[in-house]
Design a protein around this ligand. Structure first.
Ligand code: SAH
Length: 325
């Protein structure tokens, strides 16, 4: 999955109507604006001398551009740091945010000031490992050639009982349990940084809020589901994000948490409904599109309930808005 996704994102920009999938910031500027308002509120109440904006996997840089424009209206112009490993995406991001500094990984992020980190649909792109319950215990599913032109997943030889939580040990044969070691390790590193340097992190993704069984690995191509084991590097591979695991990493470093909350409730709490009305009133020729985009972002049968928002923040930082706390 890592090799396939590195090839996939490295080759070309897969976002947009002509591409494979679309993300919230590409649906409407309102999404990045709400992120910018949320960050500005934290910054205004905390008032650190300096503070860096960090985004993980910024796509086309649209979210950052919309958020940074909004933050500037509150008098805040942070330095911008993008963690991005795709040359094709970096080129797009540079067009949207010309003064961004790029990082291959988290290690080189600045250590001198608090970090305000945003990750939208980033963690879902990191590689998962799948464990399957067999008659003789848990095994990892490993990728093999299927004899034709494709690949398939089959239980490997190694015993992996230790990787499955106690509560699922006796699950029915055929049950799948996924882990995402890269997500855990990145969350550990960032949480450690936030605990030491101060700051906040906003994670937006589709996922589950309690440990769960189930196969969530999926492939998408041209806005349709595809077979994850065909055409590696040509399709978008993702898996649902385990928010309970990310929360635990943050808690273990002594961070505070808000959420996960549904994206729709969080956006409405921050004022997206009023923003949509205002934008529609000032752009009557685009009013129908603005209303449709708003509905897509907040309605429970669109992205509003599937997508979750988790905020983690350093001790001593203010309690975040939008979580109904
Ligand atoms: N956040 C954007 C794009 C999401 S697509 C949006 O909401 O529109 C995932 C992004 O993460 C892409 O930019 C991809 O190149 C990047 N990415 C995926 N795996 C990565 C990794 N391991 N390290 C750095 N960037 C990664």
């Amino acid at each position: 999955m890592r090799v396939a996704n590195t090839a996939y994102y490295g080759r070309t920009d897969p976002l947009g109507a002509e591409g494979d999938f679309i993300t919230a910031p590409e649906i409407s500027q309102m999404f990045g604006e709400m992120v910018g308002i949320w960050l500005s509120d934290m910054w205004l109440r905390q008032r650190p001398a300096t503070c860096h904006y960090v985004e993980l996997g910024p796509g086309r840089g649209t979210l950052a551009a919309d958020a940074l424009r909004t933050m500037k209206r509150f008098g805040w112009e942070p330095s911008v740091h993008f963690v991005e490993n795709s040359p094709a995406m970096r080129a797009k991001q540079l067009q949207a945010v010309p003064d961004a500094t790029f990082h291959d990984n988290l290690e080189s992020l600045p250590t001198d000031a608090p970090l305000c980190v945003v990750a939208n649909e980033f963690f879902d792109a990191l590689p998962v490992r799948q464990m399957v319950s067999t008659k003789v215990g848990w095994r990892e599913l490993v990728v093999v050639q299927d004899g034709g032109s494709g690949f398939a997943a089959t239980p490997g030889a190694c015993v992996t009982d230790d990787l499955v939580p106690e509560q699922f040990c006796a699950a029915a044969v055929g049950s799948i349990y996924e882990i995402c070691p890269d997500a855990s390790s990145m969350m550990d590193q960032l949480s450690d940084r936030l605990a030491k340097q101060g700051g906040v992190m906003l994670i937006i993704d589709y996922g589950y809020t309690q440990p769960a069984l189930g196969r969530t690995l999926q492939a998408v191509q041209s806005h349709k589901y595809a077979d994850p084991f065909r055409n590696p590097g040509q399709v978008d591979l993702t898996a649902h994000v385990d928010f309970s695991e990310l929360s635990n990493c943050a808690k273990n470093c002594g961070l505070m948490l808000a959420g996960p909350s549904d994206q729709g409730a969080w956006l409405s709490g921050l004022g997206i409904d009023q923003r949509a009305q205002h934008l529609a009133a000032s752009n009557p020729d685009r009013a129908a599109d603005i209303t449709a985009a708003h509905n897509r972002l907040v309605e429970p049968d669109a992205m509003g309930a599937l997508f979750k928002i988790l905020a983690v923040y350093a001790q001593g930082w203010p309690q975040p808005e939008g979580f109904g706390l």
